[in-house]
Write a protein that binds this ligand. Sequence first.
Ligand code: NA7
Length: 547
Amino acid sequence: MVTPTTNPATSSPAEAGVLDAVIIGAGFAGMYQLHTLRDRLGLSVQVIEAADGVGGTWYWNRYPGARCDSESHSYCYAFSEDLIKDWEWSERYPEQPEIIRYLNFVADRLDLKRSIRFQTRVTGAAYDETANLWRVTTDDGARISARYLIAAVGCLSTANVPQFPGLDTFEGDWYHTGLWPHEGVDFSGKRVIQIGTGSTGIQAAPVIARTAGHLTVMQRTPNYSVPARNTPLSAEFRQWVKDNFADIKRTMRGNTNGHAFTIQDRSAFDVSDEERLAIYEAAWEKGGLQFRASFRDILTSKEANDTAAEFLKQKIREIVKDPETAARLADIDHPYAAKRPPIDTDYFDTFNRDNVDLVDVRADPIEAITPTGVRLRSGVEHAADIIVFATGFDAMTGSLLRLGITGRDGLSLSKAWEAGPRNYLGLQVAGFPNMFTVTGPGSPSVLCNMPVAIEQHVEWIADCIAYMRERGIEHIEARDDAADGWVEQVNEAARATLLPEAHHSWYLGANVPGKPRVFMPYAGGMARYREICDEVAAEGYEGFSLT
Ligand code: NA7
C-alpha cells in the first residue's frame, strides 16, 4: 500500500520550479505512477508522452487484428474497485481500440491528462549531482528539473525495422505494425508481403488475407500458436468478474505469471499418455495462454515440453492442407513457450486460402528490398504493393537507451549497459540515483500479465519515495554489488527454465543485430519477485544506498 503524506511542501527542493518527479510515458505504467505520486503522495509530477493520447504501446500498435493475449478481466488495473465496477469489457480478449477507450476512461476518471504533456519527446535526462536533480530536456525545447525520474516507457515500444538494403527505393507503401497509421491501411486487391511470424504477425496475417489480393507471409522462425477462442463476454460472466474480483486479484497476484488462471500442479508424466492428450485437447479447445498451464513442468523439463510441442505441431499438420506448407510451419526448432507463445484466430487456417503463400526466409533469407518487392538470396523476387514489417521491437532496453540518459559522472546508460542491461531488481541502475525503471530488464514484466507486473512496480516505487520523504532521505541508489547479485539471480532463474533454449528470442535480444545476448526478464515468477521486493523494502531497502 502507498502511504499518503500530508505535507508534501516539507521536502520541496530549494531551486525554483523544480518538480518532485518526471515520468516518461503515459501507458499503463506511467498513468498509474502519476496517480500514486500525485494523488496519493501529493507530489508535483509531470508526465511526458510522445503520442497525442494515452495508451503507450497500444497507442502505436494499431495493426489489423491487434488484440491483447491476456484476457480482458485480467488486463486492467486491479488497484481500484471503482474502476473494475464501472468498466465493461466486451470480449474475452480486448481489442486495441477497446484498450485505448479503457485507458482514456481511467485517465478521465482520475483526471490524469492535466499532468501529461502530450506530443513531447524526451531528448535527454542528465543527473546533476551537485543539485541532486534530474535535468530533463524535450524536443519542444523544454527543460524540466525533478528530484525523481521514472522511465515508464514500456518493454515493447521501439519498433525494429530490419535494415534491408534498398528499402528507400521501394515504390509501394511499407509499414511497421508498431507504428501503424491511425487512418488504417486499405489492402483491397493489393499484393502484400508480411515479414515476421511472431505474436503480431500471427494476429495480422488472417485479417490482412481477408481483403488483400494476395498475401505472402515471410517466415524466418516457425512458431507455435494456440487458438485464442475469442468470444463476446456474456452479461453473467461480466457480473461474475465484478462480484469475484477480490478472488481474481488474489489469483493474479499469487501466481508466477500474473494471469487469472493457475498453473496445474502436476507433471506431464503424472498422467497416462491418453490422459495427457485429453488434457491438451481440452486446453486447445478452451484456447489462450492457459495452454501452457496444463502441466507445471512444461517450461522446465524438455521431455515434458516435447509432449506439448508435438501435440501443437500435429495440430498444424492437421489444419494446413498443403503438406509442404504444413511441414514448413511445423518445423519448429525451439521448445514450446521458450519464445513468447502466440495465440491466434485462424492463423494456420489462413494458409488454406488461395490468396496466401508461405515463404521460408530462413532457408532463403531476404537479401534486399527492390523498387517492386522483396528479393531473396537465391535471386527469387516477390512482388509487392505493400510490405508489412511484423518484425517486433528492440525489446526491454531499446526505449530506455534512446532517452539519452546520463547518470553520475556523466555515465551514459548506453555505456553502463554496453555488455547488456545490469540493474537491481529491474528497478534501479547503479550510478543513476533517484531514477527508477518500470518493468525494465531484470523484472518479470514480459513473462507476466503486464498490468500485474506494472502495478507491483509502481506501488513499490511510490512506497519507496514515501519512505524516503518520511525520513528526509534525498538520494537512493542501487549498490554495485546488489546489481551484480541481481544479474546473477536473473541468469540463474532463466537457467532453471527452457527459456534460454530459444536462441533467436527477443528475450535474449537476439532479434536485433549487434544487441548483447543477455537473457533480460526475470524468470523466477511474479510471486517470488514480489516477495523479494517486499523483503528488500522491509529490510530498509537493502542493496540500495540511502543518503
Ligand atoms: P517478435 O515476437 O519479435 O516477432 C518478430 C518476427 O519478425 C519474428 O518472426 C522474427 O523472426 C521476424 N523477423 C525479425 N527480423 C527479421 C528479419 N530481418 N528477417 C526476417 N524475419 C525477421 O515481435 P512481435 O511484434 O510479433 O511480438 C512482440 C511482442 O509483442 C509479443 O511477444 C507480445 O508480447 C506482444 P525470428 O523469430 O527473429 O527469427
